[in-house]
Design a protein around this ligand. Structure first.
Ligand SMILES: Cc1ncc(C[n+]2csc(CCOP(=O)(O)OP(=O)(O)O)c2C)c(N)n1
Ligand SMILES: [Mg+2]
Length: 314
């Protein structure tokens, strides 16, 4: 279900999602910052423009499927699903709490719209390929989208799925690599060089497109093009900036698994100020750019106001 939002409106929505990611991580005092912030533009484009999904009927058999393989970036999935109306935004503040539906890695069926459980890296593309094959065999038009990390592709089983999807010519499978050049312990090219991913996927008989994954115009144009994908599975290599939007997090692998408020290894009252700086930077955009967004787009995030009052308490 598409809303035909303008590029500017989608950019604003992505910034709202970034703010919700940071707020939920700050309250949780743990979790992953870099990947979720970097992927906010892609998730916004998927959920607000591209995917055929309906929050009022999440199990609609005609829906497109979204599989998050790199489960640790789930703060962006949770913030996007909440903004899209799958569950109340105020629940984002329960991230990683005991008994919360929003755990540090996503559970299938914990909230509507989550199709698979993930966390152990390397499995998502296999799951997505299986779903795509089933729909291909049934001659169904559903598309299957799968987000995978770049460091995640150190996992051998990922490449088994790459071969499988090519063998069955799963043109209904659209995978997106978060090519942010970081992983848990350092830059990807230092830990385990991935090299030219585009050439690798072409050699494995996939269609490929490389884009700037933080450029909304390019993302939307590519997703529109991807709907016409034919003959082979498609890998979109999205070059993103990890930590996008928070100055001191951008392109620094140490924020892979640390919340705003301090790096795991360097926690101190001084570092805790980072939490308020991060939130202030993202809120500043709201004041300068968002205008009357909430008034005109209430249908897209019906309980936004409930969240605004709680997130601004500091
Ligand atoms: C099978 C498996 N091995 C190790 C881990 C621990 N782990 C979690 S995230 C991560 C790094 C993944 O890198 P990338 O996909 O590039 O994620 P990014 O840092 O860009 O968010 C690792 C090794 C895991 N979740 N699963
Ligand atoms: Mg990465």
């Amino acid at each position: 279900m598409s809303h035909n939002l303008t590029i500017k409106e989608l950019q604003i929505q992505a910034d709202i999602i970034r703010e919700d990611i940071i707020t939920s991580l700050a309250v949780a005092k743990s979790g992953h910052s870099a990947g979720p912030l970097g992927m906010a533009d892609i998730f916004t484009a998927l959920y607000f423009q591209t995917l055929n999904i309906n929050p009022k009927n999440p199990d609609d058999p005609t829906r497109d499927f979204f599989i998050l393989s790199n489960g640790h970036i789930c703060p962006v999935l949770y913030a996007t699903l909440a903004n899209r109306g799958f569950f109340p935004k105020k629940e984002l503040l329960t991230l990683r709490k005991l008994n919360s539906r929003l755990q540090g890695h996503p559970h299938r069926t914990s909230i509507p719209g989550i199709e698979t459980t993930s966390g152990p890296l390397g499995s998502g593309l296999s799951q997505a390929s299986g779903i795509a094959l089933a729909h291909q065999r049934d001659n169904k038009p559903n598309k299957v989208y799968c987000v995978v990390g770049d460091g995640e592709q150190n996992e051998g089983n990922h490449w088994e799925a790459v071969m499988f999807a090519a063998k069955y010519k799963l043109s209904n499978l659209i995978a997106i690599t978060d090519r942010n050049y970081i992983q848990i312990d350092g830059p990807t090219e230092q830990v385990m060089p991935l090299g030219d991913l585009e050439k690798k996927y072409q050699a494995f008989n996939w269609n490929t497109i490389t884009i700037d994954g933080n450029n909304m115009q390019q993302i939307i144009a590519t997703f529109n093009q991807a709907k016409q994908n034919k003959d082979k599975p498609l890998m979109i290599i999205a070059k993103t900036i990890p930590g996008k939007g928070v100055s001191f997090m951008e392109n620094d692998y140490r924020w892979h698994g640390s919340p705003p408020g301090g790096l795991k290894t360097e926690r101190s009252p001084e570092k805790d100020k980072q939490q308020s700086i991060a939130i202030a930077e993202l809120h500043a955009k709201e004041i300068s750019e968002r205008g009357n967004w909430y008034k005109t787009h209430n249908h897209l995030h019906p309980i936004h106001n409930a969240k605004k009052s709680s997130s601004k308490k500091k």
